[in-house]
Design a protein around this ligand. Structure first.
Ligand code: PLP
Length: 405
């Protein structure tokens, strides 16, 4: 028998497992709303025009790039999320390394925390990482893979289909120990599509300061949520301006449509007493042992777009187009349900932002949609609004109507 005979199969990834079922379904009029990737109004993947343009420029070479990635890309990424005039950047308190998209930024950040985050001398146990309930399915696995323990904080109210502001603040105040790491979705919370209001962000910041929590922002949708890069960076910038130390993971998968190119960045925003060169060198050591150095192609494309004013404008225009199409799908779906007099309040569909809507459908209804209507979404009731088109909205609305009546 093989050396590996004893190896059990890993449970399938809940999202990719659904995508597999979709692929196997022979029905022509099937609809995949399970994956988080933008589709155009014909349901096709699309390459941004500005990305196509930059792709015409041949790569200068295929040499290795440094462990920390392309430095002009790293600087531009930090500026994009923290703001042109961020004092942390002016004061050289920011360390940024290129990463394998958002997941890689979280993973390298997690590894660094495992090695170096020992904030409480009275307690030898490592601080826990708190992620929202619910959160992106991979968060727990990424932090646990680095050896960290993960717990959850209250985030969502399934009755209102909105952020449970009171529950969230109480949980942070009463149940999350000081010095814990807290993961915050910068905007367009996945999977719920429900974000804190600006007021609530300010209250969260106050608790973070009181409890001395270490914030790890996950920014996977900047510019893609509202169409406005500045607006989607509100929370990160608010926290940066308070002067606290924090980590930020950035992904350029959605906002530049560079999914498979794996373009991202990890930033440490430090205090002025922080040994930034030491932090940078330890991040490089982690990267070296994990994958040596990051891929060049996607970061070169992003670097050109971020550093060229004309290309940057073109990108912003496309962000507006993509986010407007998604918002339009929300509106059409909402109107379609209202016109069918589908029982229930569906206003959360237009209130939520970003790629996803947490429809409020339960697992049984989701299975019914899959088996009867060939519509695929994750069992938590999350549907990708970016996967809808004018043609498929009526089909989805009919199916929801059928499932809930
Ligand atoms: N974080 C959140 C909240 C996400 O939704 C995603 C992607 O779906 C990611 C991180 C990471 O994606 P990627 O590694 O493709 O950048």
């Amino acid at each position: 028998s093989s050396l590996w005979s004893h190896v059990p199969s890993a449970p399938p990834d809940s999202i990719l497992g659904i995508a597999n079922l979709y692929r196997k379904d022979p029905e022509k009029k099937k609809l995949n709303l399970s994956v988080g990737a933008y589709r155009d109004d014909n349901g096709n993947p699309c390459i941004l025009r500005v990305v196509r343009k930059v792709e015409q420029e041949p790569a200068p070479d295929h040499e290795y790039i440094p462990m920390a990635g392309i430095s002009l890309f790293c600087q531009a990424a930090a500026k994009l999320i923290l703001g042109e005039n961020a004092s942390s950047i002016a004061e050289k308190r920011v360390v940024t390394v290129q990463s394998l998209s958002g997941t890689g930024a979280l993973r390298v950040g997690a590894e660094f925390l495992y090695r170096f985050y020992h904030p409480n001398p009275a307690n030898t146990e490592k601080p826990r990482v708190y992620i929202p309930r619910p959160s992106w399915g991979n968060h727990r696995k990424v932090f646990e893979s680095a050896g960290l323990k993960v717990s959850e904080y209250t985030y969502f109210d399934p009755v209102t289909c909105d952020v449970d502001a009171k529950g969230l603040l109480e949980d942070l105040k009463n149940n999350v120990p000081s010095y814990s790491v807290i993961v915050l979705h910068a905007c367009a919370h996945n999977p719920t599509g429900a974000d804190p209001s600006e007021e609530l962000w300010k209250e969260i910041l106050q608790v973070v300061l009181q409890k001395q929590l270490l914030v790890f922002f996950d920014s996977a949708y900047q510019g893609f949520a509202s169409g406005d890069l500045e607006k989607d960076a509100f929370a990160v910038r608010l926290f940066e301006q308070s002067g606290i130390e924090m980590l930020v993971a950035q992904s350029f998968a959605k906002n530049m449509g560079l999914y498979g190119e794996r373009v991202g960045a990890l930033s440490f925003i430090c205090k002025d007493t922080c040994p930034v060169d030491a932090v940078q060198s330890q991040l490089e050591t982690i990267i070296r042992s994990m994958y040596s150095s990051p891929p060049a192609n996607g970061a070169r494309i992003a670097c050109r777009i971020l550093n060229d004013p004309q290309l940057f404008q073109e990108w912003k225009q496309e962000l507006v187009e993509m986010s407007a199409r998604i918002q339009n799908m929300r509106k059409l779906l909402y109107e379609a349900l209202v016109s069918r007099k589908t029982p229930g309040d569906w206003s959360h569909i237009t209130k939520q932002i970003g790629m996803f809507s947490f429809t409020g459908l339960n697992a049984k209804q989701v299975r019914y949609l899959r088996e009867k209507h060939h519509i695929y979404m994750t069992e938590d009731g999350r549907a990708s609004m970016a996967g809808l088109s004018r043609e498929t909205v009526p089909m989805f609305a009919d199916a929801i109507h059928d499932a809930v009546t």
